[in-house]
Design a protein around this ligand. Structure first.
Ligand SMILES: [Zn+2]
Length: 283
């Protein structure tokens, strides 16, 4: 704890969520960073508890990509796919041997922060079965939100949160973590990548429509500001914005400029996102 920092409690987090207007009828897709708070008494489990106590339905990203993902096979080219190939079949075999097959008890990738894993371990939940792009949900609408996901519609749970009139909740993170922005990109044909995962003891599969780069997504903050509610808990900003508003604002930004929210670095996945959405010659 740094000098002058006061420990945040689960009650503080719950109070912050209520100040945002959230309650038992709320459905939230929560993206969280523990570090942003400073010190939290009880850690990620306390934040998970506060979310579940206040909101009727809580959905969190639960990717397992770091454990299940493998490179593309040697020589397989997909246009504007922004990914890497194994140099040889032996290299792919080694990667498949090292990777895990998705299972419902596989921990959530650390990149998602500690709260999704705390939610999964500490609360009754429903979980998607996509090998790479996962979601965990608790509460009233959990089954319906998780159930719409298919192998080729990995982001369907985010759309389901929107259909339920739900919100994106950014807890100490920016819009770079806001998956709903990827949904709008994909509605417009952008950032639909093929990726690869281990799916059996010596088996891999190609999976469609995985989203990509998000490092410019905070560029939407000004346009989203009118529909955003914000409070501070400890040092963390908590922001609530409707999924429907995120989708509408993102669609408008991309309609005005197909390269919106993407950088100019030709080496970045951003370039593949807009090139992939361009009409193909002869198409
Ligand atoms: Zn970029």
């Amino acid at each position: 704890m740094g000098r002058g920092d006061v420990a945040v409690t689960a009650d503080d987090v719950a109070a912050g969520l209520r100040q945002l207007g959230l309650g038992r009828t709320s459905t939230v897709l929560a993206h969280t960073s523990m570090r942003a708070f400073g010190h939290v008494d009880g850690g990620a489990a306390a934040v998970a508890r506060a979310l579940v106590e206040v909101c009727g339905t809580v959905v969190v990203p639960a990717d397992t990509w770091d454990q299940t993902g493998v490179p593309a096979p040697p020589g397989l080219e997909r246009p504007w796919n922004a990914y890497w190939n194994a140099a040889t079949w032996a290299e792919l075999d080694e990667a498949v041997d090292r990777a895990a097959v998705f299972a419902p008890d596989l921990p959530v990738d650390r990149e998602m922060g500690a709260v999704p894993e705390a939610l999964r371990r500490g609360h009754p939940h429903h979980r998607t079965a996509h090998p790479l792009k996962g979601f965990v949900a608790t509460g009233e609408r959990a089954a319906e939100i998780v159930g719409g996901q298919t192998l080729d519609r990995p982001l369907a749970p985010v759309e389901a949160v929107g259909d339920a009139g739900g919100d994106v909740l950014l807890v100490g993170v920016g819009h770079t973590a806001n998956t709903a922005i990827h949904v709008a990109e994909q509605h417009l044909g952008r950032a639909r990548y093929f990726r690869y995962a281990k799916v059996g003891p010596r088996a891999w599969a190609e999976l469609a429509d995985l989203p990509g780069e998000s490092h410019r997504f905070d560029g939407l903050e000004p346009a989203l500001w009118p529909s955003t509610r914000e409070v501070r808990v400890g040092r963390a900003r908590l922001r609530r914005v409707g999924v429907a508003e995120v989708l509408a604002v993102t669609r408008a930004a991309i309609a005005a400029d197909p390269r919106a929210l993407l950088c100019d670095d030709p080496g970045c996945r951003c370039a593949a996102a807009w090139r992939g959405a361009e009409p193909r010659p002869g198409a």
